[in-house]
Design a protein around this ligand. Structure first.
Ligand SMILES: NC(=O)c1cnc(OC2CCCC2)nc1N
Length: 325
């Protein structure tokens, strides 16, 4: 039986959302670009002819189009903390000693690559994205909801209709950074010093169409408010973020000893230049949340995590060196 227009539109929205998820979140395209574009144009035509069926979370709503005079301020009910930096194995061992002394027992750690982007916070109500915000000073940030919707790896709708707030890094892939600067040079514009600045400049654009053109991506890593999730450690929390539809960094590893933590760090010291995104270190976190709660926070940073910083990267990666995974 012939589909109604509403069914045709809903079917296309569902298919295109799944294809975009596979491409932008899982890095595993399921259809080729030409086929995606063909379906996308069909959906644009149908939604234009029947605007009553155009939904706010349709894939066609990712193109931006809002131009603002400035950004509203956002108060983060739960502050976005920073991290204490360490620069040597000795400091990591000292961190582990302090943790064990405070808790009275040994702990497992989770190592996460420290993505060199800028921190964002994403708030969902009933599974729908309602607010995107920059970290700002950790308590007061900027409302960048319009721009967040143009970042293709940020889900507009979660797989569950829950209220949750998550945090992570918005970054610009190295290849996009090189291409953007080449284009800006050709146009006689100032170039960006590094991918982090390019990401910051792109997510804080007043014209969301510009943000949409900058190929930004994300890696989420923290549940600010756990909502209805019952997770007992960071590894589980990251798996839940995957299940909800977020993009997380898959290089994470649980390490049961500090020696394993150091081995992880050393392994990425060399792999760093081949990654398609910039990292400036490794974040080491006590994995268990009850241990984290017992350790608590200082004024600015958790006592249960440190950021091991790599020495500044020598040569600027050329496009040939990047692994096109
Ligand atoms: N740049 C990163 O990749 C990164 C930054 N921060 C954190 O965790 C902070 C968040 C709350 C306290 C510890 N994890 C990360 N992976």
């Amino acid at each position: 039986m012939k589909q109604t227009v509403a069914e045709q539109i809903h079917d296309l929205q569902k298919k295109l959302t799944e294809y975009a998820y596979a491409y932008y979140v899982k890095d595993q395209p399921v259809v080729d670009d030409a086929y995606y574009d063909q379906l996308y144009q069909q959906l644009v035509a149908l939604e234009t002819a029947h605007p009553e069926y155009q939904t706010s979370d349709s894939p066609t709503q990712r193109v931006g189009g809002v131009v603002r005079k400035g950004f509203e301020k956002v108060v983060h009910e739960i502050p976005l903390y920073s991290l204490n930096d360490v620069f040597s194995k000795a400091e990591i061992i000292a961190f582990d000693q302090r943790v064990q002394k405070t808790l009275g027992h040994a702990v497992s750690y989770i190592c996460e690559l420290k993505i060199d982007g800028l921190s964002i916070s994403l708030k969902y109500e009933n599974g729908r994205l309602v607010r995107g915000a920059t970290r700002g000073d950790g308590t007061i940030g900027e409302n960048i909801t319009d721009n967040s919707k143009t970042v293709k790896s940020i889900p507009l709708t979660l797989t569950e209709p829950i209220d949750i707030e998550v945090r992570g890094e918005c970054y610009m892939p190295k290849a996009s950074f090189i291409q953007l600067n080449q284009k800006r040079e050709e146009e006689g514009l100032d170039i960006f010093a590094n991918p982090r600045n390019a990401a910051a400049g792109s997510i804080r654009q007043l014209d969301s169409k510009v943000t949409a053109s900058r190929n930004l991506s994300t890696f989420l890593y923290t549940l600010a408010d756990f909502g209805p999730l019952h997770v007992t450690n960071q590894a589980e929390a990251l798996t839940h973020l995957d299940d909800l539809g977020f993009r997380t960094n898959q290089e994470r590893a649980v390490c049961s000893t500090i020696d394993d933590v150091w081995a992880y760090i050393e392994s990425f010291h060399d792999k760093r230049s081949q990654l398609p995104y910039e990292i400036d270190g490794v974040v080491i976190k006590v994995n268990d949340f009850s241990d984290q709660n017992q350790l608590g926070f200082t004024v600015k940073a958790p006592r249960w995590a440190v950021a091991y910083k790599f020495p500044p990267e020598e040569a600027q990666t050329t496009i040939e060196e990047i692994e096109w995974t």
